[in-house]
Design a protein around this ligand. Structure first.
Ligand code: ARG
Length: 578
């Protein structure tokens, strides 16, 4: 329906300006719901039309808007058209707004907003999203948690918009840490403890070996030796490495499942050891590799080729680096999966790494590197549990669940339920996600258990609470679901506000697909919950005449569906009861 209104407006503009209608569709925006009553539903700013070369760039913007507004005739769909502050505003007939509710209750609730014309210009194809990517035996830090949930959101979003999505985890499963682990495991490792709590034990061994190696030259030598054996594929070293990797992946899979996250592929740096050497040879044969004074192999990325900006791809001892493996991995992924775009999700400290990666790929003649993107995010400060600093993802999830369980047991509104732990887990995770997604991804933020778990604030708990409340309303009024309903009764401002808000959903998804920021969707859903709360107070379903009850029921079920759909894209599993 949002699409219908956009088309109507575009057709009018197309006619008045003698221009193809398509140009206007993405330029129109649905106006956010404001308290004041007769705000417009859509607007189009003259500066956008100027930018697109549709209007001349000279003259007064407001005057241009006024001229254009007088050329556009009002009709039964677009009731009011006016110019204000350099933009044309369109007010849709409120009676037609109700038709937004048509698609609901027909088993197609999940598709709401997804078939909008807005998406016509978006390319659909194969998107490879690489996220989470922790390092074996090392700490799973807040950055890995952010990468995990942000990558999952991007993958979900792309998938809902019709892309074929490949979800990849690129493990840090190679490098000197394995040399140390391999050398130290014999001394400090214990197979039993490894079975009992693998991640913890590996981390313990890793920390211990690192400490020991500081003043133990022999151990350092043994570590280098072990890593050399690994690189030469010696079977004993390789089999220990493999065991440690397998156990780790299995543990992670378990935690990812709690988070509602999955991967199609567990790849890792180890897969690209040999290919990395091939990349070095290719760089050499293309004349891109230079030897630096220090004896390392570098690629000169400065525009004037004056060695002003260098990317090191080979160490002086001939071994490859993190970036060399990334070069090989990118080429390999393109060959294997032929993606149309690839997205890497890591903290912003790696921005330079990825810019260099894409530049070297381009220099090698891989023009598809233009369709590789890095989504950077900021740091999280102070992620701690009651027992101290976080080392494992599982600890964060346990703490979120425990705290939520406690809050639930203290709240008077908490319902009886079969599995309160499960509910507390889902709600706790949504609190983590919403806290993380509320602002721009690039910003740093302070981790705050109390604030994120507030039931009343703009939190994941509030989203879940609203969803559960809507589910209970739907359940209590079972049987009110009607094939047709009398739309003319939905006239109160509280109804109209929800409808006007739903009008923006496709645009919110469109915006999210453009900049891959989850904040648009989070803030949209939070606003929806506030509007639902007012409507809930003002518009009773029970006790109203049948036709009114039916229409309101439809409005609330639509809101419930959109809320659930949006939450799922964010990576949140909606609960029906809490
Ligand atoms: N394992 C890396 C780390 O923890 C992140 C990997 C990011 N992906 C990549 N293709 N380099 O920092």
């Amino acid at each position: 329906m949002a699409s219908f209104f956009r088309k109507q407006i575009a057709a009018k503009l197309g006619e008045a300006l003698q221009h193809s209608e398509d140009a206007f569709i993405p330029a129109l925006t649905a106006v956010p719901v404001l308290k004041k009553q007769n705000a417009a539903d859509f607007k189009l700013s003259v500066s956008t039309l100027r930018m697109n070369g549709i209007l001349p760039t000279s003259g007064d913007v407001q005057l241009q808007a006024e001229n254009l507004a007088t050329q556009l005739k009002q009709d039964s769909v677009l009731e009011h058209i006016f110019a204000d502050r350099g933009a044309i505003h369109f007010k849709v007939n409120n009676k037609l707004l109700v038709q937004l509710l048509e698609p609901f209750g027909k088993g197609e609730d999940e598709k709401f907003g997804l078939s909008s014309d807005l998406f016509d210009t978006l390319k659909r194809g194969t998107t490879l999203v690489e996220y989470s990517s922790p390092n074996i035996a090392k700490k799973f830090h807040a950055g890995h948690l952010r990468s995990t949930i942000i990558g999952n959101f991007i993958a979900n979003l792309k998938q809902s918009l019709g892309n074929n999505v490949i979800r990849m985890n690129y493990l840090g499963d190679w490098g000197m840490q394995f040399g140390l682990l391999g050398a130290g495991f014999g001394q400090f490792g214990c197979q039993e403890k490894l079975k009992e709590s693998p991640l913890q034990h590996l981390f313990e061994v890793y920390v211990r070996v690192n400490k020991e190696a500081e003043h133990n030259e022999g151990l350092k030598e043994a570590a280098r030796d072990f890593f050399r054996q690994l690189e030469q594929h010696e079977s004993q070293a390789l089999s220990l490495w493999q065991q440690l990797r397998e156990i780790t992946v299995k543990e992670y899979q378990h935690v990812y499942k709690r988070l509602g996250v999955h991967f199609d592929i567990y790849s890792g740096e180890s897969f690209h050891q040999n290919q990395a050497q091939e990349v070095v040879q290719q760089l050499q044969s293309r004349g891109l590799l230079t030897k630096s004074k220090k004896g390392t192999g570098v690629v000169d990325l400065s525009p004037d080729r004056d060695m002003g900006s260098l990317c090191t791809v080979v160490r002086s001892d001939g071994t490859t680096l993190y970036i060399t493996r990334d070069l090989a991995a990118a080429v390999d992924r393109k060959e294997k999966y032929n993606f149309d775009e690839m997205i890497y999700v890591t903290d912003k400290s790696q921005s330079n790494h990825f810019q260099q990666l894409f530049q070297v790929l381009l220099a090698m003649g891989h023009s598809w590197a233009d369709r590789c993107h890095h989504v950077p995010f900021g740091l999280v400060q102070g992620m701690k549990t009651r027992t101290g600093e976080v080392v494992f993802l599982e600890d964060v999830l346990d703490e979120a669940r425990a705290r939520m369980l406690q809050n639930m047991s203290q709240s008077k509104t908490t319902k009886e339920m079969n599995n309160p732990e499960d509910t507390a887990e889902k709600v706790g995770i949504s609190a983590l996600i919403v806290q993380d997604f509320k602002g721009p991804l690039q910003s740093d933020y302070k981790f705050d258990w109390d604030r994120m778990l507030q039931a009343q604030g703009d939190t994941g708990v509030f989203l879940q609470y609203t969803h559960a409340r809507l589910c209970s309303l739907i359940q209590r009024n079972d049987g009110l679901e009607a094939a047709t309903f009398e739309s003319s009764v939905l006239i109160e401002q509280a109804c109209i506000a929800i409808l006007q808000h739903l009008l923006r959903y496709d645009e919110i998804l469109y915006q999210s697909a453009q900049d891959l920021q989850p904040k648009h969707l989070v803030n949209f859903l939070l606003k929806l919950c506030h509007l639902v709360a007012s409507a809930h107070r003002e518009l009773p379903v029970k006790g109203s005449p049948q036709h009114v009850a039916q229409a309101r029921f439809r409005l609330f079920s639509a809101a419930c569906s959109v809320l659930a759909n949006g939450m799922r894209i964010l990576g949140i599993t909606p609960v029906d009861k809490m």
